[in-house]
Structure formats: C-alpha cells, structure tokens
Design a protein around this ligand. Structure first.
Ligand code: UD1
Ligand code: UDP
Length: 354
C-alpha cells in the first residue's frame, strides 16, 4: 500500500521512528513534515539521532495561531494528497498537525489511521483534547495504547476498527535506551554523573499562557533547593521572558535536548516533574516517580498504579511531592510489550488484503 504519514511536532518524530522503520519493510511510505516544529533542536536532531527517513515533503508552516497553522496545513496537504493518491493517511497523537492530516484526508475520502487514539483528558479547553476527539471520529483505523482508551472510544460510539497494539513510545524507549547509554554524554557534560537531580519539562499551553500557573511552578522548583535540570521548550522560554520570571541557582536551564540526551537525563534522574504527555509515560517505563503539573491526565493508569501524582500548579503540592513522593506499588504492565510497531504492521497488512 501507499501510506502517507504526517509528522510535525517533537513527540511525533519520536513516535514515527519505530513505526516508519517497520512500515517500510512492506509498504511505500511518503513522509510529510508539516513544519510545525522547525528549530534544529525541536526537529532535525530527532531525524539524525533516530534514523528517521528524510521527509518527502516539508510544508514549512511554522508557528502561528491555531486557525492559521491548521489552515495552512490543510491547503498544502490537499494538493499533495491529490497528487500522491495514497491508500491510507497515518497520523500520530493530538497536535494541530494530527488534526490537519486527518481532516484533509477524510474530506478526500482517504481512510485515516490514528496512532495513539482514544486518549481523553475530558478537558475541552485543551487544544489537544479537541484535536484527539475530532481525529478519532474521522479515523477508520484506531490504534490505541491502553484498555482505558478502548473504553473512552466505546463511550463515544466508536467500536469498529479499534486495535490495542500497545504504546509506540514504549517501542522507542526500548529501541533507543542502550544506544543513548553509548552515545549520549549529557550527564558528564552537565556534571550530573552519580548525582541526584530532578528532571523537569514545562510546555503545556494552560501552564505557559497563565502567569500565575507558570509563576507557581517556577517558584516551587526554585524553592525546592534540589538540582533541577530543565530543558526549556521554546514556548515556555518566550513566556518566562515576557512575564519577567527568573530561575534560582539550583535550576540547570538548558536548551531542548535530543531524544538520546533526554533518555539519559530521564534514566539518571531521581524524580521527574512534568506537564508533558510523553514524559509521563517515559517516567513510568523507567520506573521514576512522576509528578504531573496538570489538573488531569490522559495517562490515568500511571496514577492508579501509584507512579504518577497529579498536583496541578499548587506550589505546596509540587514541593511536597518533590520531597516526599515515593511509589509503593509494583508496576503493572499497562502499555503493552514494546511491539506496537509490529502490531500496527500486522493490522495494516490485513487491512490491505480485505
Ligand atoms: C505542540 C502541540 C502539543 C505538543 C507539543 C510538543 C498543538 C496545539 N500543540 O505544542 O500538543 O505537546 O507541540 O512539544 O499542536 N516554537 C519555536 N520553535 C519551534 C517550535 C515552536 O520557537 O521549533 C515556539 C513558537 O514561539 C511557537 C510556540 O513555540 O509559537 C508554540 O509552538 P506550537 O507548535 O504552536 O505549540 P507547542 O506548544 O509546541
Ligand atoms: N523530549 C526530548 N527533548 C526534550 C524534551 C522532551 O527529546 O528536551 C522528548 C521526550 O523524551 C518525549 C517527547 O519529547 O519522548 C515528549 O514531547 P513533548 O513533551 O514535547 O510533547 P507531549 O508528549 O506532551 O505531546
């Protein structure tokens, strides 16, 4: 089959790495990068480190308001879809690139495949929640990572074409952890070898776009007195500067890092404090206590299993968890067995022969 894959934002490059490799054994893949993320350390580094095939097209839409960004993607994708005439369009996750890829295909009656379907935060104010729900309802094949995702879809009347294949990010972690140990020197470079530190990421719009939420988070990290490594997302950097917020000396502020560096930082950390979706799961895969600075999560199993605490942006709660949170339960297997890409290929092969 001829499959068009859409990527555009950092986590999508990481998700595509294991899937593209496996897909290309049996199918023709055309890779489209929307250009939603474009800085070298938000895009190119992942293609280089993870051996992701070079995109066949880069739409170079760049940053902008939701409507402008999504609209530009739609205009450019339509032209390519009509020229390439793919059998399927495959999209990942919940970004504006996901929605544009799916909507454009659906209007042209090209079947949509959604990887990481069925996740819900039940907070429609999140752009990601809008993107997920719309994409799921436009999709013909829905690859879900967890049992909860199946239930979420059932509640919305989606029962056909749903397959629990496990989580592609678990494949990525298993594929690249050893390579990261060999190749990444970040712990040495940051003088963190054998040291205790907290790893933090912040980029969720609901946290960056609200001065009080971002201020609480930064004050908690500053007041923790712990060494905190913070690879700063460009969105967050922009808001920190515009609000005039500052970090104290215990915060090691660094540029966004490549995936191998990130895996090394996660592996070496004592705890992870984040508002990222992917990083919550990676904390779980690496058996690190996770403190999530959101009011809810899609990854509810990590919380139910006792390895993730939802603290919002309450300074006292963040500090309490940084100092005292230690998971007591043994981990359950939630995200499959690291064979999601192979499982996806198997389903698509059968789809192709129907
Ligand atoms: C996007 C996704 C979010 C995902 C995140 C992963 C949407 C609505 N949001 O959020 O779901 O979790 O990616 O990281 O699709 N910027 C740069 N350089 C870049 C990219 C962005 O400077 O290479 C800055 C720009 O100022 C831009 C801002 O970051 O306006 C936000 O970028 P955008 O892609 O719109 O959203 P993210 O916050 O990255
Ligand atoms: N990540 C990375 N470098 C960084 C921060 C994150 O490689 O500086 C990786 C992280 O390991 C995970 C993915 O990016 O695999 C998560 O992406 P992000 O937090 O941007 O988005 P989300 O998962 O919240 O959509």
């Amino acid at each position: 089959m001829k499959i068009i894959t859409i990527v555009g934002a950092r986590p999508q490059f990481i998700k595509a790495a294991p899937v593209s490799k496996v897909l290309r054994r049996e199918h023709e893949e055309i890779l489209i990068h929307t250009g939603q993320h474009y800085d070298e350390n938000m895009s190119k580094v992942f293609f280089d480190e993870l051996n992701i095939p070079r995109p066949d097209y880069n739409l170079e839409v760049g940053s902008g308001s939701h409507g402008k960004q999504t609209g530009e993607m739609l205009i450019k994708l339509e032209e390519i879809y009509m020229k390439e005439k793919p059998d399927l369009v495959l999209v990942y996750g919940d970004t504006n690139s996901t929605l544009a890829g799916a909507l454009c295909a659906s209007k042209l009656l090209i079947p949509v495949v959604h990887v990481e379907a069925g996740l819900r935060s039940f907070n429609m104010n999140m752009p990601e929640e809008q993107n997920r729900i719309l994409t799921d309802h436009l999709s013909k094949i829905l690859f879900v990572p967890t049992e909860t995702a199946i239930t979420n879809l059932q509640k919305e009347g989606i029962t056909k074409g749903v397959y629990n294949v496990g989580d592609v990010m678990y494949d990525a972690v298993l594929n690249f952890t050893e390579i990261a140990k060999e190749k990444s020197s970040i712990l040495k470079d940051l003088d963190l070898e054998g040291k205790r530190y907290i790893l933090t990421t912040i980029h969720r719009a609901e946290n960056t776009n609200d001065i009080n939420r971002l201020k609480n988070i930064i004050e908690a990290l500053n007041e923790s007195g712990k060494t905190v490594v913070l690879p700063l997302h460009p969105r967050t950097k922009k808001y920190v500067e515009s609000y005039g917020l500052s970090f104290s000396k215990n915060i090691k502020l660094i540029e966004p890092v490549g995936y191998l560096e990130m895996l090394s930082l996660e592996n070496g950390s004592e705890k992870i404090v984040t508002d990222s979706g992917g990083v919550q799961k990676e904390a779980f895969f690496m058996k690190k206590p996770c403190i999530t600075m959101r009011d809810e999560t899609e990854w509810v199993e990590t919380v139910e299993n006792g390895w993730n605490r939802i603290v919002g942006t309450d300074k006292a709660k963040i500090l309490d968890c940084i100092n005292n949170f230690l998971p007591e339960q043994k981990q359950k297997s939630i995200f499959g067995h690291g064979k999601a890409a192979e499982n996806i290929l198997e389903v698509l092969d059968n789809y192709g022969t129907k």
